[in-house]
Design a binder for this molecule. Structure first.
Ligand SMILES: C[S@@+](CC[C@H](N)C(=O)[O-])C[C@H]1O[C@@H](n2cnc3c(N)ncnc32)[C@H](O)[C@@H]1O
Ligand code: SF4
Length: 258
C-alpha cells in the first residue's frame, strides 16, 4: 500500500542558513541536495498527489536551483511558496516568483533590537527591505513571526508593520522546543498561561483587523506538519523530535551520470 501523502507540505531544499536564530527548529545538518535531486523529488511527490509546496529550510534562498524549481513546479501545474528570512532574495528568484505566481512568507520577529537578537545577526535592515521589494513587485507576501517568552510586545509591533507596509497576512508561531530551540527552551519556552493569553490576544487582533489583515495563530504543538527533509525523508513533525512520525523515504532514482 503506497504511503498517504498530504496535498501540501513543507519542502526543505537545504538545512544551510545565513542566520543563526537561537530558536531554530531546523538548524544545519550538512545535507544540501543538488537541484537535480530536488526536481526529481518534486516529480515523485507530484505523481503521488502533492500539489502545493512550501520551499523552506534552512534558508531556501541559498539554494541556487530555487528559481528553476519554482518554474519546473509551475510548468507541471503545482503551486509554490517560499518561506525565507529575507536576507538574500536574488533578482532571479524575484522574477521566478512573479512568473509563476509564487507567494512568499518572510520571517520578521519584531522591531530591530528584538529581531536581530533572535536571528543572531544584523538582519532587520535587509529583511524589511525584502518585504518592501516583494510588495512593490506585486508578489503576494505574508509575514511570519515566532513568538518567544518575554516577546509578547512584538505582536503589536508586527501588526503595525503589516498595516503600514500593505502586508495582508501575518502568521504568529508560538515557540516550539525543536532543533536548536530544544537547548534554549528555558529562555524561549512559553508557559501554558502565556501561550493561551497570546492566542487570545491574537484572536482579538484578528477580529479588530478583519478585512485588512489576515492574522493567524499557527501553533505547531497542536498539529503536526508534513515535511520533506533534505535527506529525502517525509516526516510528520510535531512539537518535539520525540513525537515525529516518518511517512516514507523518496526513492532516489537519479541517473548515475549526474
Ligand atoms: C525553520 S524556518 C525556515 C525558513 C527560513 N529560514 C525562515 O526562517 O523563514 C521556518 C519558520 O519556522 C520558524 N521557526 C523556527 N524555529 C521555530 C521554533 N522553535 N518555534 C516556532 N517557530 C519556529 C521561523 O521563524 C520561520 O518562520
Ligand atoms: S529559523 Fe530560518 S533563518 Fe533562522 S536559523 Fe533557522 S533556518 Fe535560519
Amino acid at each position: 500500500m503506497p504511503p498517504l501523502l498530504p496535498p501540501s507540505l513543507c519542502f526543505r531544499v537545504t538545512r544551510a542558513c545565513n542566520a543563526r536564530c537561537g530558536f531554530c527548529l531546523a538548524p544545519p545538518d550538512g545535507v544540501h541536495p543538488s537541484g537535480e535531486v530536488l526536481r526529481h523529488r518534486l516529480d515523485w511527490l507530484r505523481a503521488r498527489g502533492v500539489r502545493s509546496f512550501d520551499f523552506c529550510g534552512g534558508e531556501p534562498t541559498l539554494h541556487p536551483a530555487l528559481p528553476e524549481l519554482l518554474r519546473h513546479l509551475h510548468a507541471g501545474g503545482g503551486r509554490g511558496q517560499v518561506t525565507t528570512n529575507g536576507l538574500a532574495l536574488s533578482d532571479a528568484l524575484l522574477q521566478a516568483l512573479k512568473a509563476t505566481g509564487g507567494t512568499v512568507k518572510v520571517s520578521l520577529h519584531g522591531d530591530r533590537a528584538h529581531h536581530d537578537a533572535l536571528v543572531g545577526c544584523e538582519a532587520f535592515e535587509a529583511t524589511t527591505a525584502t518585504v518592501r521589494r516583494l510588495v512593490e513587485a506585486g508578489v503576494p507576501t505574508a509575514l511570519q513571526t515566532t513568538v518567544v517568552a518575554g516577546g509578547g510586545e512584538a505582536v503589536g509591533w508586527v501588526v503595525a508593520f503589516c498595516l503600514q507596509h500593505h502586508v495582508r497576512r501575518l502568521n504568529l508561531l508560538p515557540f516550539i522546543p525543536r532543533g536548536r530551540g530544544r537547548d534554549r527552551r528555558e529562555d524561549y519556552g512559553l508557559e501554558p498561561f502565556a501561550r493561551r493569553a497570546l492566542r487570545d490576544e491574537v484572536k482579538a487582533l484578528r477580529r479588530a483587523h478583519l478585512g485588512h489583515l489576515d492574522l493567524r495563530w499557527l501553533d505547531f504543538s497542536l498539529r503536526p506538519v508534513p515535511v520533506v527533509e533534505p535527506d529525502g525523508r517525509v516526516v510528520w513533525e510535531g512539537a518535539t523530535e520525540r513525537v515525529d512520525r516518518e511517512i516514507c523515504r523518496i526513492e532516489e532514482m537519479i541517473p548515475t551520470h549526474l
